[in-house]
Design a protein around this ligand. Structure first.
Ligand code: HEC
Ligand code: HEC
Length: 196
């Protein structure tokens, strides 16, 4: 599935149209404690398998994904229930809050496997990951931070992009991982999760 250009434009237009002052990280913090922390962690660093950390994610990335969940374009039952009917303003407040949190690896990060780390690192250049995710791989605007993310989540979500199960606001990521083997995806996930 690919988002039609007009819908994609509306999606980013909605996010861009709100003045920065309308976003309130403090309001977002109150909502997050009630509605997000149980799964995404008290400090935005997830301790739950399969659930991504949100601390330090670019605000526009969080906003975009929440709108994709709300509109049923990214289909994950846990998140559809959370995002259903949520107002744009509430999403913006949550995004401002999570963007403001210091990022870092989950407490249960496993020790580094040097061979796997090197195999993952070797794929970053040829696959142009840094062109969109920045050389630091910390993301910008609608492009997510990758470093320090949960390894299990990274591996699964990249396989879902490859297999066409996850499609973002556009198909850039489906192209970026096309043809990768499960082993290569595992190596990339290990490398990214180990980076700070
Ligand atoms: C019941 C558990 C649960 C709750 C509560 C929950 N989430 Fe999630 N969230 C998930 C899971 C699981 C995923 C991973 C979805 C997937 O498999 O792709 C996710 C993914 C996300 C993503 C996408 C992040 C990424 O890196 O791709 C965002 C943004 C998000 N959640 C925001 C929120 C916000 C904001 C709240 C509170 C309003 C919230 N979530 C509450 C379970 C939850
Ligand atoms: C052409 C730009 C582009 C390139 C190249 C690219 N990405 Fe992405 N990536 C994106 C965008 C945009 C998103 C958000 C897409 C969405 O809405 O789902 C994303 C999302 C992701 C996610 C999901 C993270 C999350 O928290 O949900 C992972 C993992 C990822 N990229 C890894 C990589 C890796 C590894 C490479 C290199 C093999 C790469 N990307 C190359 C643009 C790119």
């Amino acid at each position: 599935m690919r988002l039609p250009g007009l819908l994609a434009a509306a999606l980013f237009g909605a996010a861009a149209a709100l003045p920065a002052a309308a976003q309130d990280a403090a309001r977002g913090a109150v909502m997050a404690a009630e509605r997000c922390a149980a799964c995404h962690g008290e400090n935005g660093r997830s301790a739950m398998e399969g659930t991504p950390s949100l601390a330090g994610q670019p605000a526009l990335f969080v906003t975009t994904q929440m709108i994709l969940f709300r509109e049923g374009l990214r289909q994950v039952p846990a998140m559809t229930a959370v995002a259903e009917g949520m107002a744009d303003g509430a999403i913006e407040d949550l995004a401002a809050y999570f963007a403001s949190l210091p990022p870092g690896p989950p407490e249960d990060r496993r020790p580094r496997d040097e061979a796997l780390f090197a195999a993952g690192q070797a794929l970053i250049g040829p696959r142009n990951c840094a062109v969109c995710h920045l050389p630091s791989l910390t993301g910008r605007e609608q492009v997510p931070r990758l470093v320090g993310q949960r390894e299990d989540f990274l591996a699964r979500t990249m396989a879902e992009y490859r297999d066409g199960i996850r499609v973002g606001a556009d198909s850039q990521m489906n192209g970026a991982v096309v043809g990768l083997t499960d082993e290569q995806i595992g190596a990339l996930a290990h490398y990214l999760s180990q980076r700070d």
